[in-house]
Every structure is written in C-alpha cells, then in structure tokens.
Design a protein around this ligand. Structure first.
Ligand code: UD1
Length: 371
C-alpha cells in the first residue's frame, strides 16, 4: 500500500510550487500518494480558483477555510484547524512549500507531532527580519527533517544556522518546472486585455509589467506614494500594465492614490490567473516587482527584472540572472529603468537545475527516503 504524504498549500505562490509536485507524485512515485490540504489563506476567485484550474491542481482533499486575519490570528487558526486533520489522516510525512504563514503554521503542528516535515524551497534568506516571510523561512527550516533547495546559496545559509547538511538536497526550482511546462499555454495578452479600456496603449507595443504587494512597499503611505509617483513618471517613457493585489488596491484607495495611478499610461487590472500573467510577463520589455517568484521567473525567461526591494532571498537571480535590486529609492529605480531603455537591461543565464525536472527529482528522492 502507498504511504500518504500530506501536501499543504495556502497562498498564491504556493500553488505554482505544488502543481508539479502533485503531478510527479501521481505519475512517478512508487511509494507515495498525495493528500492535498488547502488552508484557505487565499480564497478569492482570482487568488485561488483560477490557479487550481489553470495549473491542473486536483481539488484539495480538504480546505480549512481560514481566510484573512492578523499574522497571529491567521497562523493560530491554521494550527488549530490542522491538528485534527493530522490526527485523523496519520500521514507518513507533511510537505510544505515556500514561506507563507500557512507554511510555518502546518510545519509547526506536524513537527510537534513528530511527523516528518519536508520543506520545498528551503534555505533562502533575505536577512531582513522585518519581512514576515523571513521569519517563516528560518523557523520552518529549523524544524524540517528534509530540506529541498532551489539554489546553491541556500546550503550556506542553512549550515550557518546549524542545520545538518545531510538533510539538505539541492534539486532545483519547482516553480520553474511550472513555468516551462506552461509557457506555450500562456493566455495571449490580446485575450487578457480584450475588454480592458485603454488596452491599445500596450498591445503590440513595448510595455513594462508591474506587480507590488509587499507590506514594506504598500502599507506605508509615504513609500507607496513615492513608488506610485516614480512609476507614473516613468510610464510616460514606456506604458505599464499593473495587475493589482487585493492588499495593494486597499492601500491605494486608503491613501487616495487611485487618481494618480489611473491618470497616466498605467493600465490597472485585477489580480490575474497564472496563465494570464505569464502571457503578459513573457511579452514585457521589463518587469518591476517586489515578488519573490517573479524575480525567478523573469530570470528563467531572460527578461530584465527591477526589484523594488532592498534585498533578495534569491541571490542567484542577481549573480546569474536578469535581476537588479533597487529598493524604493526613485533615483535607483530610474537608473535601472534608464538602463533598460538605453541598452535593453541586464542579460543573464539560467541557473543550475532550473530545467523543469525539480519535482521529479524530489519525488525520486522521497521514494528512496520513506521506509
Ligand atoms: C501572502 C504571503 C506572501 C505572498 C503573497 C502572495 C504571508 C505572510 N504572506 O501575502 O508571502 O507573496 O501572499 O499573494 O503569508 N485578500 C483578499 N483575498 C484573498 C486573500 C487576501 O482580498 O484571497 C486580502 C485581504 O484583505 C488580506 C490581504 O489581502 O487581509 C492580505 O492577505 P494575506 O494572506 O494576509 O497576505 P498577502 O499580502 O496576500
């Protein structure tokens, strides 16, 4: 009989990581069967359902429906609701991905119950404890029994934190598995923008893609205002498309910035499904973002990325990829943007093992690892 591995997802960036793992377990594993649990951290149509459909993720076996809340509320609620599931399902292991609140919440419950914990995308560090994800990453790695990494820098970080190197396995990047598999299925941008007013300013033209949702950029009025000022100034040189995360939309409205952001050559969209965003990303001249995943996806696609953060936990995107870290300082944002406009921006190469087969490597390793 196959052993049950309980796979956890909670928020948007988890979905792109779990998709190839679910597929590899079902197609390649001789020893494991997956039980998929969604915590319900992200629940909107745009933030959840379209991802499951587009990435062929099976319907979760269970949805904890925790929804939004403060970090403590959300984390605690996931923990409370997850414990009885573990008692009932008795999985051979729990697998968590990434660094969201659902990752640490479920990891903590599993580890206290002495159920082996597997962390996919471990060892990434921004060394910035003001980022909630950094705390989630450090703590999840500390309690994990098996740690799969996406880039080589991760091992050094983990060793520094006293983690036994025998638990760490470099497998590559599952999110790039998803990217490569879906590149041809990306929704053409003409279709995504079909009924959007003002779409002609970017169709068949050069444009920049913007995504922004980090609390450090959007929660503070001064920082968000300055970023929007900079973007709207730059949009006179290159039109921009900006799918807006719910958190960002709320803050733009709260700070009275809606007029400024819609007044210029910036096309505002609701959050997009994976294949819709991919259709825009692969055609963009440059991407300005504070997302972790998009820094990696642009590197894999060879598209210049200007990262609106002071640091990155994914340094290979800078050392080998197309990523430039600029923070929110208008001067640095403009300098990186000018470089794209004048010389096409930074070129890069694909990092080691970002080849589309990371999930299969994970499953092969797990088959040998489970007793
Ligand atoms: C979370 C992750 C972040 C990830 C991001 C991707 C943590 C700590 N952060 O941040 O790492 O990059 O997801 O999107 O886990 N909301 C909705 N609909 C939804 C979900 C959220 O409207 O389906 C709104 C709510 O107002 C909520 C806010 O967005 O309060 C923030 O959601 P939350 O899950 O707390 O964190 P994110 O900012 O999405």
């Amino acid at each position: 009989m196959k052993k049950k591995i309980l796979c956890v997802v909670g928020a948007r960036p988890n979905f792109t990581k779990i998709a190839p793992i679910m597929q590899a377990i079902s197609e390649h594993s001789k020893k494991l069967e997956a039980y998929l649990l969604h915590t319900g951290q992200h629940y909107d149509e745009a933030m959840k359902h379209s991802f499951f459909e587009q990435l062929n993720i099976p319907e979760p076996d269970e949805d904890l429906e925790v929804g939004s809340g403060s970090h403590a509320e959300q984390t605690a609620e996931v923990m409370k609701r997850f414990e009885p599931v573990l008692d009932r399902e008795q999985p051979a292991a729990v697998l968590v991905v990434g660094d969201v609140n659902s990752t640490i919440a479920c990891g903590l419950v599993a580890s206290k119950k002495q159920i082996p914990l597997i962390h996919v995308e471990s060892g990434l560090r921004s060394y910035d404890r003001a980022m909630p994800e950094e705390i989630n990453r450090v703590l999840t790695d500390q309690i994990s029994d098996l740690l799969f990494t996406t880039e080589k820098s991760a091992l050094d970080n983990l060793l520094r934190e006293g983690i036994d190197k025998n638990r760490v396995v470099f497998v590559g990047n599952v999110m790039i598995d998803t990217l490569l598999k879906n590149l041809e299925n990306a929704v053409p941008m003409e279709q995504t923008l079909a009924s959007v007013e003002g779409a002609e300013q970017v169709l068949n033209k050069s444009f920049a893609l913007i995504t922004m949702h980090r609390p450090s950029n959007v929660d503070d009025k001064e920082t968000l205002t300055s970023l929007i000022d900079t973007l709207s100034e730059l949009s006179s040189q290159l039109p921009m498309v900006f799918p807006v995360h719910p958190r960002t939309k709320m803050k733009i409205e709260e700070f009275g910035l809606m007029d400024e952001v819609t007044n210029n050559n910036i096309l505002l969209l609701p959050p997009l499904g994976y294949l819709h965003l991919l259709g825009l990303m692969k055609n963009a001249k440059v991407v300005l973002t504070d997302s972790g995943g998009i820094q990696e996806e642009t590197t894999a696609l060879g598209i210049p990325c200007i990262t609106l953060r002071e640091n990155t936990e994914r340094p290979v995107t800078v050392s080998e990829g197309t990523n430039t870290i600029v923070g929110s300082d208008p001067i640095k944002v403009k300098a990186a943007f000018d470089d794209v406009m004048s010389s096409g921006g930074k070129a890069g190469r694909t990092p080691e093992l970002w080849d589309g087969n990371a999930a299969v490597r994970i499953v092969e390793y797990l088959d040998a690892w489970v007793e």
